[in-house]
Write a protein that binds this ligand. Structure first.
Ligand code: CP3
Length: 355
């Protein structure tokens, strides 16, 4: 393990473990990105995947929001689609459109085009280098989060070839070719496990698994095609890295809360459609909850944002909660409204504890 600077703010790690803290820690999904002019400046000179692939640039944009706001964690600048790349698929980032796979998996026979057992260290070593460099450059200001896409979300992108209205092709596989679907999910899971362990070795202090398209499932398909792999990831990563907290963010999977509490993830990320109070009632103190302000709240004025933060914090309570948005920042968000969100979490959560 490289010799990293000592951590000065460990709030988020302590809340993950269930300890009490003087206030609620806060970070924002997609906190590094296009809503920040300093990010746009870097992107005007470099392509998206060049930023991801160049450790100095990835470190720079990872730290940009930390310099600007009083956040309690940094998340490494990369993308969930580096795993399909490691599996041998080409992924382009098209301006104004998002990710595009020129040759997606159109039928199960296309799986033969995937690299069977990719050398993850070789393929994704640039992310590890970015993590190590960022950890040094952060100088212990806040913990550094590593991440991966979940098997189903990555499968959905690999089959659809990009964003899609209803992900019909990917969902059709579950019924037309369930064996092929399981085999693809398992192959992806194996890469994700290696990748997350590699990220911890490189310097990640917390891990998040993004299942952005879990909401396309119902309870039964979730239990068949998502949950077993999500569980496997946590179990296998925990065997190697028992002390690193793990977040599962299964967007839209409101029906799966009880299932997720039973897994080894100590943090469950919630999107904004869930009621904090109701979620706390189900989960109690068995897990830390993360979330879940509607990102569109940030289009409102300062008073609107503050009130929404108050409601959210009151709903989750002052124990075992990490404040976040219920999904990522939007490119047209005003950075000053992000600041109001972060500062409001500080103020309100300290008030709640009578600090
Ligand atoms: O600050 C951070 O959160 C770290 C970096 C990060 C990015 N993508 C950078 C990015 C993270 C954690 C992600 C995860 C990601 N990527 C997810 C899961 C989270 C979610 O939103 O559900 C998904 C589904 C993707 C796939 C992806 N990448 C899409 C759909 C898009 C295009 C849509 C969009 O927001 O533009 C991307 C591109 C992308 N990833 C950008 C950034 C900053 C914008 C690209 C640009 O700079 O032009």
């Amino acid at each position: 393990m490289p010799d990293f600077p000592p951590l000065k703010n460990d709030l988020i790690l302590r809340v993950a473990r269930g300890e009490s803290t003087k206030r609620t820690p806060v970070w924002m999904m997609r906190q590094a990105g296009r809503y920040l002019p300093e990010y746009q400046k870097v992107r005007s000179k470099h392509e998206f995947f060049d930023v991801v692939g160049t450790p100095e640039l990835a470190a720079e944009v990872t730290i940009q929001p930390i310099d600007r706001f009083d956040l309690d964690a940094a998340i490494i600048f990369s993308d969930i689609l580096v795993i399909p790349q490691a599996l041998g698929l080409e992924v382009q980032m098209v301006k104004g459109k998002g990710p595009h796979f020129p040759e997606p998996l159109r039928s199960p026979s296309d799986m033969s085009r995937l690299t069977e057992e990719p050398d993850v260290d070789e393929e994704l070593g640039h992310v590890y280098d970015a993590l190590t460099l960022t950890r040094h450059e952060l100088d212990g200001r806040v913990p550094l989060i590593g991440f991966s896409g979940a098997p189903w979300t990555l499968m959905a992108y690999m089959i659809e070839g990009g964003g899609s209205k209803n992900y019909k092709r990917a969902r059709a596989w579950l019924y037309e070719a369930p064996d092929a679907a399981h085999s693809l999910l398992q192959q992806t899971t194996d890469v994700i496990v290696d990748y997350l362990i590699g990220q911890v070795r490189a310097g990640a202090q917390m891990l998040q698994v993004f299942d952005s398209w879990a909401g396309l499932f119902g309870p039964q398909t979730f239990r068949t095609f998502a949950l077993p792999y999500l569980k496997q990831i946590a179990e296998r990563v925990k065997k190697e890295c028992p002390d690193v907290p793990m977040v599962v963010f299964a967007k839209g999977a409101h029906y799966a809360l009880e299932d997720l509490v039973e897994t080894e993830y100590e943090i469950i990320g919630l999107d904004w459609t869930m009621d904090p109070k109701a979620a706390r009632l189900v989960v109690g103190e068995r897990a830390t909850l993360q979330g879940n302000l509607d990102p569109c709240t940030l289009y409102g004025d300062g008073e609107t944002i503050r009130r929404a933060v108050q409601d959210m914090l009151a709903g989750f309570g002052s124990h075992r909660h990490i404040a976040n948005l219920g999904h990522g920042m939007h490119p047209d968000h005003d950075p000053e409204h992000a600041r109001i969100f972060v500062d409001s979490v500080h103020e309100v959560s300290e008030q709640m504890r009578g600090v």
